[in-house]
Design a protein around this ligand. Structure first.
Ligand code: VGL
Length: 207
């Protein structure tokens, strides 16, 4: 594990969970593993980012305006809220994306903080060099965020026990994972992430 790693929790919002406007099958199954990851990163004082789709009412991303998706995650609506079962630690940095009517907003790397700071710029400023990524949906926002982060020069580990896909076509999630790995991402699950974080903690020189 690199010294300067952070956790990115992608779009765990009500509209992407069962009962939501664009429900990902078993989308809420990411809650339990992500809560464990957040606890782990938080204990080690590693930064945690949570991205959210944050669309205007009128968006070319939506079917009515020529897009492919039903309206979802409209700014200020209940469906745009993070799932209440997601235990975001204090200090979690929220990244909003898809805020312009022309913007699909798939990639968190194109998102901004509450102050409007571009996420990629913030990652560099914080001298982070690896992102551990989980959330929704494997075949859209997780995939595009991971590919974008790799293009921007960051190391990326996909948390395969903490992602779920939309699966417009069966197999989309598996193809998305393969595309991420081919582009240079690693994959890991909880036990191995925990032990690499521990190993890193042990080798770190005393402060
Ligand atoms: C997403 C489809 C449409 C996602 C967003 O968060 O993965 N998927 N908009």
């Amino acid at each position: 594990m690199q010294r300067r790693a952070a956790l990115l929790v992608v779009d765990v919002q009500l509209d992407f969970c069962p009962g939501g406007a664009l429900a990902v099958p078993d989308g809420d199954q990411v809650l339990r593993p992500l809560n464990r990851y957040m606890e782990l990163f938080n204990l080690r004082s590693a930064p945690i980012f949570a991205s959210r789709d944050w669309h205007p009412e009128q968006s070319k991303h939506f079917r009515e305006q020529g897009g492919v998706w039903p309206p979802h995650c409209v700014q200020g609506t209940l469906g745009a809220d993070f799932h209440p079962g997601l235990r975001l630690p204090e200090g979690t940095i929220v990244i909003s994306k898809g805020m312009a009517a022309w913007d699909n907003g798939y990639s968190a790397l194109q998102g901004v903080t509450e102050n409007g700071t571009p996420f990629a710029m913030l990652l560099r400023r914080m001298e982070l060099d690896r992102l551990y990524v989980g959330g929704l949906a494997t075949d859209y926002c997780v995939k595009e965020s991971v590919l974008d982060a790799l293009r921007e020069g960051f190391g990326v580990t996909v948390l395969t026990d903490a992602i779920r896909g939309v699966e417009v076509q069966p197999g989309d999630s598996e193809r998305a994972l393969q595309a991420m790995l081919t582009a240079g991402a690693s994959q890991a699950t909880f036990a191995s992430v925990r032990s690499s974080l521990q190993a890193e903690g042990e080798t770190r020189p005393p402060a």
